[in-house]
Design a protein around this ligand. Structure first.
Ligand code: HEC
Length: 268
């Protein structure tokens, strides 16, 4: 369980993402005969799409930061880009219909890195990872709808936290939960962020974790692996991570207010 092990000795912690800003992605063009790299495009996010290369000297790729790009195959120059709403991991395809050429891609972040990175791209959060099949052709005019989803600030929950049980819960979480719900309970943006759950969810943990209460949505039952004492520790850990997020958001809001210039009045 690589992520969990990293989380154990990572120096980041304290609400910071395990990977944000440290592990990035790149599209690398490789010359197999000379066995060397020819060009490279750095990506801000670590999970990006597969590629499509065409005879017309183009390489298409979708990015984790919600763009479909066409690069010149010989040197990686960006020739075209268009927003995809959310991150892309699927490779684009191309096809011809009635004499017109199309490029299509499935937009939507998924897969192991999206689950476990703890580094959700802002575009994926803003759209709730809205999945779509998108297609382009020369002269096309369709536009993506603006995202409607706006994250609400997380509300504090009063709880008495015992540091020993928080620590015990952290260990259970790292072993059994982090590869889906993210390191330090920071979701990669594709399944619920357990720091932001509705307050009732923390009380429903025994039924969700031990009785398969959300099995239909893909949340496994841990009956036979965990018991009610483990779940009580998990509750303490998750509430401590929520409290850390409340504090982080309050600090960020304060910094934003401070950064705004004080209103000035000009006599007219
Ligand atoms: C295999 C991936 C996977 C693992 C491992 C996993 N979960 Fe989940 N979990 C999910 C999915 C998917 C959902 C969303 C279910 C739904 O929407 O109905 C979910 C939902 C939840 C929810 C409901 C959150 C909400 O706000 O509605 C809780 C609580 C939860 N998981 C706790 C845990 C805990 C605690 C562990 C570790 C013991 C864990 N999960 C391990 C996939 C996983």
């Amino acid at each position: 369980m690589a992520v969990a092990d990293c989380a154990e000795d990572s120096k980041v912690g304290g609400g910071e993402s395990l990977t944000a800003g440290r592990v990035v992605g790149a599209l690398i063009a490789w010359d197999p005969l000379r066995r060397r790299e020819v060009w490279r495009v750095e990506h801000e996010h670590l999970a990006n799409g597969g590629t499509l290369a065409t005879a017309g000297n183009l390489v298409f790729q979708g990015t984790g930061r919600a763009m479909l790009r066409a690069y010149r195959a010989t040197d990686g120059k960006v020739l075209f880009e268009a927003p995809t709403g959310t991150g892309v991991v699927a490779p684009p395809i191309t096809y011809e219909l009635d004499g017109e050429q199309y490029v299509a891609v499935v937009a939507g972040l998924g897969g192991g890195m999206a689950l476990a990175s703890g580094s959700p791209p802002p575009e994926t959060l803003a759209t709730g990872n809205a999945g779509r099949v998108l297609a382009w052709k020369l002269g096309g005019t369709a536009r993506l709808p603006e995202p409607e989803w706006t994250p609400r600030p997380v509300q504090p929950i009063e709880a008495r936290l015992d540091p020993r049980r928080v620590e015990a819960g952290r260990k259970v979480f790292a072993r059994f939960c982090s590869h889906c719900h993210g390191p330090f309970a920071i979701s990669g943006g594709t399944i619920p962020d357990l720091r932001r759950s509705e307050p009732a969810v923390y009380d429903a943990l025994p039924s969700i974790v031990l009785e398969g209460g959300k099995l239909a949505g893909g949340m496994p039952s841990f009956a036979g692996f965990l018991d009610s004492a483990d779940v009580a520790d998990l509750r303490q850990y998750l509430l401590s991570r929520r409290a850390a997020l409340v504090a982080e958001e309050a600090k960020a809001a304060k910094a934003t207010r401070a950064a705004k210039p004080a209103p000035t009045t000009h006599p007219r």
